[in-house]
Design a protein around this ligand. Structure first.
Ligand code: CA
Length: 218
């Protein structure tokens, strides 16, 4: 579960924010002291830090400066006073990813939290790999042992079904439905023909014929 640290010394604000974030499905930890916030953020098990500027012990700017100096790239949203542009600029200079001015509406805070978390998430690995075959559904490129092979749209779709279901027997009916969008068997051997094309392009050893059942990627 996504874990958010709330460094805020005003109990009412801290409780309000924690309650809202927990309702939205996040785990929260409230820290009322700057030093404590820095120590907790440095542990590295949290996903985002909401950081008030005015904290006892060590102020928000110092917490942030130390955190970045320790190499943490954790997203930090600073809670600043609405009247202080200086604080906002200082926070961003010190390495804050965003700021929100007090008093704020919870919905605005939540929107910023979501957006900073999204940016911080590593890009998903979209390529599909089985053995020496790699498919990239976005660029529609296919490689075998690092060498690019040309696949037609239908061949690519068929290959994708096999690579997403390794070891699973895929019947002709299933393949006709997922690759060709047909809910009936047109009585042709189109699947067999395309499997032959794929074997020629991806190598003969991957797609096994399972007699009477269909095909399986091994
Ligand atoms: Ca404060």
């Amino acid at each position: 579960m996504t874990h958010i640290l709330i460094a805020e010394d005003e109990p009412q604000i801290a409780a309000f924010v924690a309650r809202g974030l927990e309702t939205a499905g996040y785990r929260t930890t409230v820290l009322e002291d700057g030093g404590e916030a820095l120590a907790r953020a440095t542990v590295g098990d949290a996903d985002l830090l909401l950081l008030d500027v005015g904290l006892p012990g060590m102020d928000g700017f110092d917490v942030l400066t130390h955190l970045r100096a320790r190499g943490s790239a954790m997203p930090v949203i600073m809670l600043t006073a609405r009247t202080s542009t200086k604080d906002t600029v200082r926070g961003l200079d010190a390495g804050a990813n965003d700021y929100i001015a007090k008093p704020f509406k919870f919905d605005e805070l939540l929107a910023r939290v979501r957006s900073r978390l999204r940016e911080a998430a590593p890009a998903p690995d979209v390529t599909i790999t089985q053995d020496d075959v790699v498919l990239d559904p976005i660029s529609r490129r296919a490689t075998v042992s690092g060498r690019e092979v040309e696949l037609s749209a239908r061949e690519f779709a068929l290959a994708e079904q096999f690579l997403r279901n390794p070891g699973v027997v895929l019947s002709r009916e299933t393949l006709l439905s997922t690759v060709w969008g047909l809910d009936f068997d047109p009585g042709s051997n189109v699947v067999d023909v395309y499997v032959r094309y794929l074997r020629a392009k991806l190598g003969p050893e991957h797609i096994m014929t399972v007699r009477g059942a269909g095909y399986r990627w091994d």
